[in-house]
Design a protein around this ligand. Structure first.
Ligand code: PLP
Length: 371
C-alpha cells in the first residue's frame, strides 16, 4: 500500500522553520547583546513562569531531570530512603532519585493512566520519605488523595511536571501542589525551546535558596558563594525563545485540546480502543495533551498499518515501564501496568498537524478495525 498522506509523529525541523523569522530575530538580539548566561531574558522567564503557574519562585535549569534532582538534593534525600513513583513515567523520574542516593518505588497506574492513589497509599512503608507523581500526558493527577497520603505520613511531594505546563486540577496548576516541581522545555514538549531546558518551581523560600545555589556553583541570587553547587543553568537564549513562545501558549493548548476532542469524536465508538479522557470529560481536570495515548487491541499490527499509511505513532518510553528495567535493579510485578504496555500507543498531536491530518489518522484506524 502506498501512503496518500504523511503525518509524522513529530516534525522536529518545524520547531524551527515554522517560526524562523521570529527566532532569528531573537537569536540576533540576544547575540548582539552578548546576553548568553543569566541575563534579563532568563529573569523575565522565571517571573513569567511564576505568574503563569501561580508558584512563588522559579529557577531556570538545564533540563527537567536536573530540576528533579536538585529538588530532591535540596530536600536532603538520603541513601536508603524511598520515594514512590508511577511505573508509567520516564526513567528520568526514577534516575533523579537514584542519582541523589534514594530508592524509587514504582507502583501501578490508575484509570486515567496516571499513578493510582490507592496503590500509592498501599506502598507507603517505614523508609518512605516522599512521593513523586508524574503529571503525565499533560494531565494533572487527582491530587486530593495523593496530598492526603502525603500529609498523613509527613511525606515530601515533588511533582514531575515535565509534560504538564498549563495543566490544572480543580483550577490549580500542575507543579504547585507539592514542595517543588520540574517542567521540561525539550523541543517536543508542549512548551519547547531549541534544545534542552527546564524549570523548577516552589513556594518554599528556603527550598528556592538551596535549589538556586545548587544550580549556579553555590552562589545565591546576589552572586555570593554560600555552599557547594554545580552548573545547571537554563541558557539565556533559550529563555528568550521561551518568553516569546509563552505569549501564544494559550493558543497552543487550545489547539491540542481541539485535536484531542476531534480524536474523541472520530474514534469514540471504536470498541477495540480505549481513548484517554476527553477534554471536557471532567470539569476537575484541564489537560494540555502533551500526548494522546490510547490503548488498542492488536496494537503492534495497528502501529504497522498506520506506518504503512504514512502515519507516525510512538509507544511511550520505548515500550517499557520503569519497573520492567530489571537490569537496573527492579524486581516487582505490576500486572496492570504491564498489560497497559502491551496495548498503549500515542497518536500524533502537535501544532504541525492539520484537521485533515487528524481525520486521515482516524479514518485509517477505523478502516483497520472495521473493514
Ligand atoms: C521529558 C520528561 C522528563 C525529562 O525532561 P528533560 O528536560 O528532557 O530532562 C522527565 N519526566 C517526564 C515525565 C518527561 O516527559
Amino acid at each position: 500500500m502506498s501512503a496518500t498522506r504523511s503525518v509524522p509523529f513529530f516534525d522536529y525541523p518545524r520547531v524551527y522553520t515554522d517560526e524562523r523569522e521570529a527566532l532569528l530575530s531573537i537569536i540576533d538580539d540576544v547575540g548582539r547583546r552578548g546576553a548568553f548566561i543569566m541575563q534579563r531574558d532568563l529573569e523575565e522567564f522565571e517571573q513569567a513562569l511564576c505568574g503563569y503557574t501561580g508558584a512563588q519562585h522559579a529557577v531556570g535549569v538545564a533540563n527537567a531531570t536536573d530540576g528533579l534532582e536538585l529538588a530532591w538534593m535540596s530536600l536532603d534525600l538520603r541513601p536508603g530512603e524511598e520515594v514512590i513513583i508511577s511505573s508509567h513515567t520516564m526513567l528520568a523520574t526514577a534516575s533523579a532519585i537514584v542519582t541523589v542516593g534514594g530508592t524509587p518505588v514504582p507502583v501501578e497506574l490508575g484509570e486515567d493512566n496516571l499513578i493510582d492513589p490507592e496503590a500509592l497509599a498501599a506502598a507507603v512503608g517505614p523508609r518512605t520519605v516522599g512521593i513523586m507523581p508524574t503529571q503525565l500526558n499533560g494531565r494533572t493527577c487527582d491530587m486530593d488523595p495523593i496530598m492526603d497520603t502525603a500529609h498523613k505520613h509527613g511525606l515530601f511531594v515533588v511533582e514531575d511536571a515535565a509534560q504538564a505546563l498549563g495543566s490544572r486540577f480543580k483550577g490549580q496548576h500542575a507543579g504547585t501542589f507539592g514542595h517543588a516541581a520540574a517542567f521540561s522545555f525539550f523541543p517536543a514538549k508542549v512548551l519547547g525551546c531549541l534544545g534542552d531546558g527546564g524549570g523548577v518551581v516552589t513556594d518554599d523560600a528556603q527550598l528556592f535558596d538551596r535549589i538556586y545555589q545548587l544550580h549556579d556553583h553555590g552562589r545565591d541570587t546576589s552572586g555570593e558563594t554560600r555552599s557547594w553547587g554545580r552548573n545547571s543553568r537554563l541558557d539565556n537564549l533559550q529563555a528568550a525563545i521561551l518568553n516569546y513562545r509563552l505569549e501564544s501558549y494559550a493558543d497552543v493548548i487550545e489547539r491540542r485540546r481541539t485535536i484531542a476532542g476531534r480524536y474523541q469524536e472520530l474514534l469514540g465508538d471504536v470498541e477495540q480502543l480505549r481513548l484517554p479522557p476527553a477534554p471536557d470529560a471532567n470539569p476537575d481536570h484541564f489537560d494540555v495533551y502533551q500526548n494522546y495515548e490510547l490503548e488498542a487491541d492488536r496494537r503492534d499490527e495497528l502501529k504497522e498499518h498506520l506506518a504503512a499509511s504514512g502515519i507516525g505513532t510512538l509507544i511511550q518510553w520505548g515500550g517499557k515501564a520503569v519497573h520492567q528495567w530489571e537490569r537496573l535493579g527492579f524486581n516487582v510485578r505490576l500486572p496492570k501496568t504491564e498489560r497497559f504496555f502491551e496495548r498503549c500507543l500515542m497518536l500524533p498531536i502537535n501544532m504541525f498537524i492539520s484537521d485533515e491530518d487528524v481525520e486521515y489518522v482516524a479514518s485509517t484506524i477505523r478502516s483497520f478495525y472495521l473493514s
